[in-house]
Write a protein that binds this ligand. Structure first.
Ligand SMILES: *Cc1c(COP(=O)(O)O)cnc(C)c1O
Length: 374
């Protein structure tokens, strides 16, 4: 028998989350962001749940090839654009739209031999300071691109650094608007946090700015996968998002502890009362963060309890006091949805590990078998 651990991808939840994002930006087209192998879900596994998107956004050419191999004929956008000249050949062959964020990429386009002009997304660095042309150089980049026979439509793009926090999107949006107001073409600005927090929230954004955040194309990633982009300000449930990945394993042993007994490496947990613990077939080699301290929430048979002691490579240990009926074979939900429909948000587990849901999803280990359900 294989080791009793399983990740489940919930197709219906992906569909519903996408629908939820459409409600937040009803006039926009929606990119399903599937970079990092669909945030660890697996592009092929997530595809069915995401096929109602208007396009797929990602950054790896091999991943773009996989989306085409699934039969997707619609738009695919390379969020970082190409890395070298010959990538453009693949873009032409697979009809990929690509971001242009620096002069070197314009040089590559100018050197690219194609008879079919390409659709490009010109990225402005409006404050994030990762990719993009600085505002003062944006218009000359646009003119240069626009003059190339290799270039078809130019979409105007930027990315927010603080859509999930108190700083918000105002300053970057104002910069973007000031530079681009009279340029033709579609716009794309918003990630999950901006789409959920700053599109319909008229109290925070002036009417004109609101249109800009929701404009033409939105690019939600994390919310599609059922994680709140601004946790703990809001939870996924607050946003009406459902978990799309469940990680569950079984109890493979139990131990009865006496006062003073310790658990696991480093004896970091000491029983202060007689208690029963379960040993679970999931460890850091499965993608469960080793840094999760005693007290990290888990569900045993759908009942909330906590981890005790250190996470090891292949096992964790959990407090069975709240679930006296638990035994070998009982199902432990590390994140996601239990059989009784109780949800343990990946954001809560991530917070225990001092990180975000993104990292946990993306870190699901290769050795964990994955099943796709409705
Ligand atoms: C990853 C990414 C997104 C999606 O961000 P989320 O926070 O997951 O919604 C959108 N745009 C760009 C350019 C990205 O790299």
């Amino acid at each position: 028998m294989p080791r009793p651990i399983l990740a489940t991808i919930h197709t219906q939840a992906l569909r519903q989350n996408l629908q939820r994002l459409r409600l937040a930006a009803p006039d926009a087209r929606v990119w399903a962001v599937v970079k990092a192998n669909a945030y660890g879900h697996g592009i092929e596994r997530a595809f069915e749940g995401l096929r109602s998107a208007d396009g797929f956004a990602l950054l790896d050419l091999a991943e773009a090839q996989r989306v085409r191999a699934l039969g997707w004929r619609g738009p695919i956008l390379l969020l970082e654009g190409v890395f070298e000249l010959r990538d453009l050949e693949l873009c032409s062959r697979l009809d990929l739209w690509h971001t242009v964020h620096c002069d070197a990429q314009i040089d590559m386009l100018a050197a690219h031999k194609t008879t079919v002009p390409m659709r490009v997304f010109l990225k402005m660095n409006s404050g994030m300071n990762r990719l993009g042309f600085r505002p003062e150089h944006y218009r000359s980049a646009w003119s240069r691109l626009n003059a190339l026979p290799q270039v078809d439509e130019i979409t105007l793009m930027t990315h927010f650094s603080d859509a999930d926090g108190p700083k918000g999107v105002q300053a970057q949006m104002a910069t973007f608007a000031a530079i681009t107001h009279d340029l033709p073409g579609e716009r794309t600005l918003s990630n999950s946090a901006a789409t959920l927090r700053h599109t319909l929230d008229a109290q925070h954004v002036a009417a004109q700015a609101q249109t800009l955040v929701a404009s033409d194309w939105v690019r939600p990633g994390i919310a599609t996968y059922g994680s709140a982009p601004d946790y703990p300000l809001h939870t996924a449930a607050d946003w009406g998002l459902q978990p799309t990945m469940t990680l569950a394993a079984k109890i493979i042993a139990t131990q009865d502890l006496s006062v003073g007994d310790t658990v696991g490496y480093g004896s970091s947990f000491v029983a202060d009362k007689p208690m029963r613990i379960g040993v679970v077939a999931c460890g850091y080699a499965d993608g469960y963060p080793r840094i999760c301290p005693t007290g990290t929430p888990v569900l045993v048979d759908g009942t909330r309890t906590r981890t005790v002691g250190r996470v090891s490579m292949d096992m964790i240990t959990v407090d069975l006091d709240p679930v006296p009926q638990a035994q070998m074979g009982s199902v432990v939900t590390l994140w996601g949805r239990a059989a009784n429909s109780v949800v343990l948000s990946i954001d809560e587990v991530a917070a225990s590990a001092g990180t975000v849901g993104y990292e946990l999803m993306c870190g699901l280990a290769q050795r964990v078998p994955v099943e796709v359900t409705d």
